[in-house]
Design a protein around this ligand. Structure first.
Ligand code: HEM
Length: 549
C-alpha cells in the first residue's frame, strides 16, 4: 500500500514537473517573440555554445535567425540579444543609450559592476556614478596626451622594438606585447621598465573576465560554493589583491617622487598635481585603480591588431610591397612619423582591413538593458544582455563584399561601398564598429590609430616580413589564419615567421637609431633629476592622500 502511495505521489510530481517544463518551454520559445535557437528551460543554449571561438557559433545562429538584424538566446537564465546588423546596434545602443548602456555582472570578479563601490575596472562598471567620473577623467587624460610626449613614447618604443626584432626575432610575440605595454607604462608612470609585470597583470584580468576564462563565468552557480570548497574564488582573491596592491604601490611611488619634484610628466603626476584638487575621484584607492586600469587596457587591445598585422603582411606580400613603396616614396628613406599619415593611405587601409578581417574583440562587449523595452514589436525585458557581434558586422557582404578575404582596396578605390574621400583623411579606424557603441564607446581609438601607424609603419620601413623556413628541412613554416585564443580580446596562437631587414644599411640604421634614442633618454632623465635636485623644478605644494578622504 505504501509503495502504491509513493508511486502515485511520484507520478503526480512528475506530471507537475512535465507540465511546468512544457509551460516554461512555450514561454521562452514564444513564436511571436524574437527569433533564435530553440531554448531549453533553465539552461537555454549553454549545452551547445562552445567557450572556444564562441563568435563563430553566434555567427552561425545569426545566419539562421538574424535576418532582422538581431536574435535572442539564453544561458542559465541570463537573457541575451545578439545584434548582427549595424543599423540595429545604432537603434539600440546609440539612440536608446540612455537605458541600454549598463554592463552585465562578470561572475568571476568581485563586484565587477562596482555596484558595491569597489570602483576598480572602468570598462566593466555598471552605468553608475563611478563609471561616469572615471570615464570623464580617462577621456580627458587620453585626449590631453595627444601632445609631443605621447607620440614621443610611441616613436621611442617602436625604435626599441625594431632593435629587439633584429637581435632576437624569434621572440617577436613577447617583444610586440612588451612594446605596447611599455608605451602604456611610460604614459601612466613614466616607467617602461614596469611593462613585464603590467602585461602579466593585464593577462590575469583578461582571463578572469572572459567567458573562456574560469569555468565560473559559464557555470555561474559554482562561484557561490563555500570558500573552502571554492578554488576559483580563492584564486581570484589572490589575483585581485595583488593587482590592487601593485597599482597602489605605483601610485605612491609617483607621489613620493612628485613630492621631491623628481617626477617627469605622466598621467599619475597629472592626477596628483592637478586633477586631485578638483575631481570627484574619492581618493588614492580609486585614483590608483582608474589610472592602473588605463595602463592595462591599452596592452592587448593594441597588441592584438599588431599581431594580426604580421599575419596579414605574411599572407599578402603584394600589399606589404605596396606599403613599403608608399613609405619609401613619401618618407624618402626615413622612418615614417604621424605627420606623414595624410600621405600614407595604403598603410592606413592595410591597418583598417587587418582590423576588419581579423577583429580582436570578435564577440563585441555586452551592454545590459536597464528598463523593459519594445523594439520593432518585440519585448526586451530589463536585464537583457545585448551583444553587438562585431564578427557579424564586419562580415556583412553588402557593406564588405568578399568579406572572408583581405582586400585593402575596399578603402582605397571608388566603387567599393566603404570607399570614402579624401584619402588624406580616410580610411581611419576611428569610429569602426570594433570600438563599440554609444555611451560605452571605446576611449582609446585615437591612441590605437596612432600607435598602429607608428608600429606598422616602422616595421614596413625596416623589414621584409615573411615565412620562416625550418632550419633542417628548409620547408616553409605555416602562419595559421584561424588559430587564436578565445578570450574577450583575442590574439593569434604562437607561430613562427621571419623578420629580414630590408638591407644591411637599414639594419645598421635601425640599431643606431635605437642606440641614440636610448642614450638620449638616459641623459634626459638624468638631467631632469639633476635639475630637480638643484631646485630648478618647483615641487608640488599639495598631494592627495587617503587622509584627505
Ligand atoms: C584595437 C584596439 C581596441 C579595440 C578593438 C577596443 C575595443 C573596445 C570595445 C569594444 C569597448 C566596449 C565598447 C562598448 O561597450 O560598446 C571598449 C571600451 C573601452 N576601451 Fe577600448 N579598444 C581598443 C583600444 C583601446 C585602448 C588603446 C584604450 C586606452 C588606452 C582603450 C580604452 C577603453 C576604455 C577605457 C573603455 C571603456 C569605456 C566604457 O566602458 O565607458 N581601448 N574598447
Amino acid at each position: 500500500m505504501q509503495l502504491v502511495t509513493i508511486g502515485l505521489l511520484a507520478a503526480i510530481l512528475l506530471g507537475f514537473a512535465i507540465v511546468h517544463f512544457v509551460k516554461v518551454f512555450r514561454e521562452i520559445n514564444d513564436p511571436n517573440g524574437l527569433p533564435g535557437p530553440t531554448q531549453i528551460p533553465y539552461i537555454g543554449r549553454i549545452h551547445d555554445l562552445p567557450t572556444d571561438f564562441m563568435w563563430l557559433k553566434f555567427k552561425e545562429w545569426a545566419d539562421k535567425y538574424g535576418s532582422a538584424g538581431l536574435y535572442r538566446t539564453e544561458m542559465l537564465g541570463a537573457k541575451f540579444i545578439i545584434i548582427t546588423d549595424e543599423k540595429v546596434a545604432e537603434d539600440l545602443l546609440i539612440k536608446r543609450a540612455k537605458y541600454n548602456s549598463d554592463r552585465p555582472v562578470i561572475r568571476s570578479l568581485f563586484d565587477s559592476k562596482s555596484s558595491h563601490g569597489s570602483m576598480e575596472y572602468l570598462p566593466l562598471m555598471g552605468r553608475n556614478q563611478y563609471w561616469a567620473r572615471q570615464r570623464r577623467l580617462t577621456h580627458a587624460y587620453i585626449t590631453e596626451a595627444t601632445n609631443a610626449r605621447y607620440h614621443g613614447a610611441m616613436y621611442f618604443e617602436a625604435k626599441r622594438w625594431l632593435a629587439r626584432l633584429i637581435n632576437d626575432p624569434d621572440n617577436f610575440q613577447a617583444s610586440l606585447e612588451d612594446m605596447a605595454s611599455k608605451v602604456m607604462c611610460q604614459l601612466t608612470w613614466d616607467d617602461p621598465s614596469l611593462s613585464e609585470y603590467c602585461t602579466k597583470s593585464a593577462w590575469g584580468l583578461l582571463r578572469q573576465m572572459s567567458p573562456a576564462g574560469p569555468i565560473t563565468n559559464v557555470l555561474t552557480p559554482l562561484w557561490h560554493l563555500p570558500w573552502h570548497l571554492n578554488p576559483w574564488k580563492r584564486a581570484e582573491r589572490k589575483r585581485h589583491d595583488e593587482q590592487q596592491a601593485w597599482w597602489m604601490d605605483r601610485f605612491l611611488a609617483v607621489r613620493e617622487k612628485t613630492g621631491y619634484g623628481e617626477m617627469r610628466p605622466c598621467w599619475t603626476r597629472q592626477f596628483l598635481e592637478k586633477t586631485s584638487l578638483k575631481t570627484s575621484i574619492s581618493g588614492d584607492c580609486e585614483a590608483s585603480s582608474v589610472i592602473g586600469m588605463l595602463a592595462l587596457v591599452g596592452i592587448f587591445t593594441v597588441a592584438g591588431p599588431l599581431s594580426y598585422w604580421l599575419v596579414s603582411m605574411v599572407h599578402h606580400p603584394e600589399w606589404q610591397a605596396a606599403v613599403q613603396k608608399e613609405i619609401d616614396e613619401v618618407c624618402e628613406g626615413r622612418l615614417p612619423t604621424l605627420e606623414d599619415s595624410p600621405r600614407l593611405p595604403i598603410l592606413r587601409a592595410c591597418i583598417k582591413e587587418t582590423m576588419r578581417w581579423k577583429p580582436n574583440v570578435p564577440t563585441g562587449v555586452a551592454h545590459e538593458t536597464e528598463v523593459d523595452d519594445v523594439y520593432d514589436g518585440h519585448f526586451i525585458p530589463k536585464g537583457t544582455r545585448i551583444l553587438p557581434l562585431d564578427w557579424a558586422f564586419l562580415r556583412n557582404p553588402d557593406k564588405y563584399p568578399d568579406p572572408e578575404n583581405f582586400r585593402p582596396e575596399r578603402w582605397l578605390e571608388p566603387g567599393w561601398p566603404t570607399f570614402q574621400e579624401p584619402l588624406t583623411r580616410y580610411p581611419t579606424i576611428k569610429g569602426m564598429s570594433s570600438f563599440g557603441w554609444g555611451q560605452r564607446q571605446c576611449l582609446g581609438m585615437a591612441l590605437t590609430q596612432d600607435e598602429l601607424m607608428v608600429a606598422c609603419g616602422s616595421l614596413a620601413w625596416c623589414f621584409n616580413l615573411g615565412r620562416k623556413r625550418d632550419p633542417v628541412t628548409g620547408v616553409e613554416l605555416p602562419v595559421p589564419l584561424d588559430k587564436s585564443n578565445s578570450l574577450l580580446i583575442i590574439k593569434p596562437d604562437p607561430f613562427q615567421m621571419a623578420f629580414e631587414p630590408r638591407s644591411e644599411n637599414r639594419r645598421r640604421e635601425a640599431l643606431q637609431m635605437w642606440e641614440e634614442a636610448d642614450a638620449n633618454d638616459r641623459q634626459t632623465r638624468a638631467e631632469f633629476i639633476q635639475a630637480a635636485r638643484q631646485g630648478k623644478i618647483p615641487p608640488i605644494n599639495r598631494v592627495n592622500s587617503c587622509a584627505d578622504l
